[in-house]
Design a protein around this ligand. Sequence first.
Ligand code: PMV
Length: 337
Amino acid sequence: MTENAKTAGQIFDRYLPARLPSPRTASVYAPSNIALSKYWGKRDAELNLPLNSSLSISLGTWGTRTYIAPAQGTIDEVFFNGAVLGLDDPVVRRMLAFVDLFRRAQIIPLRIETTNSIPTAAGLASSASGFAALALAMNETFALDLPKSTLSQLARIGSGSAARSLWHGFVRWDRGDDGDGGDCYGHSLDVDWPDFRIAIISIHIGPKSSSSRDGMNHTVATSPLFDPWPAAAEADCAAIEHAIAEKDFVAVGERAEANALAMHATMMAARPSLSYLLPESWMVLQALWKARAEGLNCYATMDAGPNVKLIFLESQEDDVSRLFPQANVIAPFVDQA
Ligand code: PMV
């Protein structure tokens, strides 16, 4: 940690009133997001401060709706997609640890209902939209009236990529320099690109090998290819931001695909090696590269899992769907919750 680093508790203390008011009901929504220029590596593990800026596209109607109300009894009640969850469930524990950063020493039992609109079959992690929605819901429940830049800082402490899930469209999460992350949050690029499409190709084989948190830490600690990553990723982020402003789709796609493959290369060089990509992921990539050589204007990106995400423009949608009938196509600027 750098000298002025703070604990997560100190960051929440800075932005929250000493005593929270009585909770009121809140219902909020946050979209999931896919990074076109990735967050991979932290400069602070407790505050999830990244080594480089990142840039994402939000997934419109694919996201998390969170409802919060005072609990009926004296303990928290947590529901996920309509089913009650035990308080010792690992997902619930992580959620409540985040909620406790808001409540601090105060005893305020809550009913928290989370509904995920991301098809389970899509196999996407929901931590980004989940923590973003939770931060928005706590803001509403306790009438905190915090700006989104602050909520992004708080959501980031729940899960790094959640810092980008407070907005629709393209979002840039600045790395910042402060040791306490006061300048490390997301903002919307404020660009409308109705033709932009993203498709998810799900590849499901067994449970996930390792969480993004573990994979990131292992790569930073052991990969000889990690050293050049932060500077290269920072440059990718700036180049993609510029290409988006110019609506230069090919430049966005080429840079986003190269960025994702470079991230996976850092993992492959880790010791021992780490690969989230499976043979089926590579088959999709090979089919895509062949189609691209024949004229398809479409690019791929992959995260800490085997699924492949495609980006393309509306003009290519029929061809993409023909080549990959299993793809789930999202129009992030047309369909927004
Ligand atoms: O925020 P986390 O711990 O889910 O990490 C996300 C890491 C990647 O998905 C691989 C990249 C990114 O920027 O979303």
